[in-house]
Design a protein around this ligand. Structure first.
Ligand SMILES: [Ca+2]
Length: 289
């Protein structure tokens, strides 16, 4: 532990008045009565804290003699089972003589404590921002917002939390089209390529889409003349796409489908892709030629 010279301490009575961001709400699932406040060391007057429907605030302890073990003030809540993301706005200010490392603001999620702000914010410095935490699968466990002090002397720091909100996850995955399919034409062929996809894990966590099956349809003059699958219909039934005349043959992979059509260009052409990934499907329609 760093030893700091008490004689250099200057007690500064300074009130930081911050702007409370919009959308502040300790309501509903996150209403005030659902939070519990605790301190790790209650042997002396500890951190100061307050929680209203619009603002959570914790100021670190500041004792004339300091504390060897430090102390931590925490607001804790049990994460609701249906909440996949928790987002909140934070504002941190310190008047510690040295820097924020002696009075850190942190959060504890899944049993792991993580710094909310930088550890080198100087005296009178501040940091604010928006934090989003993935809480999918953590329903029933505890989330804590903490304001600590390691030696509890030479000035306080305050963390203020507003705009606390949760995003429910869905019961299923979602596959979204990020950019559409494209159709190009050769002298006697059409080639259809998928664009990009976004995969929403349980409808919440955004990942790059990686479909495991694609069904390509070629549509000429409004008639579906062929449907070919990247996996020869091993995992997906033909019935999931519209009826096809089967009058044009083609080959397909996860990268593209190609159809041979004598005199390509004589008819209006478009392709359609039905994409599948982990119990989620979507479709994309190409440009027209
Ligand atoms: Ca301090």
């Amino acid at each position: 532990m760093k030893i700091r010279n008490k004689a250099a301490a200057v007690l500064v009575a300074l009130m930081f008045v911050g702007q409370a961001p919009a959308n502040a709400d300790f309501t509903g699932d996150f209403a005030v009565p659902n939070w519990t406040y605790s301190e790790t060391d209650t042997s002396a007057s500890g951190p100061t804290n307050s929680l209203t429907s619009t603002l959570m605030s914790i100021t670190s302890a500041d004792w004339s003699t300091g504390a060897v073990a430090g102390t931590k003030g925490s607001y804790s809540i049990t994460i609701p089972w249906n909440i996949g993301l928790i987002t909140f706005d934070y504002e941190y200010t310190t008047i510690d003589r040295d820097n924020s490392s002696f009075d850190m603001a942190t959060y504890t999620l899944g049993g792991e404590e993580t710094n909310l702000v930088a550890s080198d914010i100087p005296k009178f410095g501040s940091e604010s921002g928006t934090k989003t935490l993935n809480t999918t699968g953590l329903g029933g466990t505890t989330l804590s917002i903490n304001q600590k002090c390691t030696d509890c002397i030479l000035g306080t720091a305050t963390v203020r939390i507003t705009g606390f909100r949760g995003t429910p996850f869905r019961e299923s995955n979602q596959l979204l089209v990020k950019s559409p399919a494209t159709l190009s034409m050769g002298a006697s062929s059409y080639t259809c390529k998928p664009g990009a996809f976004t995969f929403l894990n349980r409808g919440v966590t955004s990942e790059a889409g990686a479909p495991t099956s694609l069904i390509y349809s070629l549509i000429l003059d409004g008639v579906r003349v062929s449907a070919v699958s990247s996996d020869n219909f091993v995992t997906m039934g033909k019935y999931m796409v519209g009826a096809t005349t089967g009058s044009v043959t083609g080959t397909a992979s996860l990268e593209s489908a190609t159809w041979t059509v004598t005199g390509a260009g004589a008819k209006a052409a478009q392709c359609e892709i039905l994409a599948y990934q982990d119990h989620a499907t979507t479709s994309t329609t190409s440009n027209g030629l």
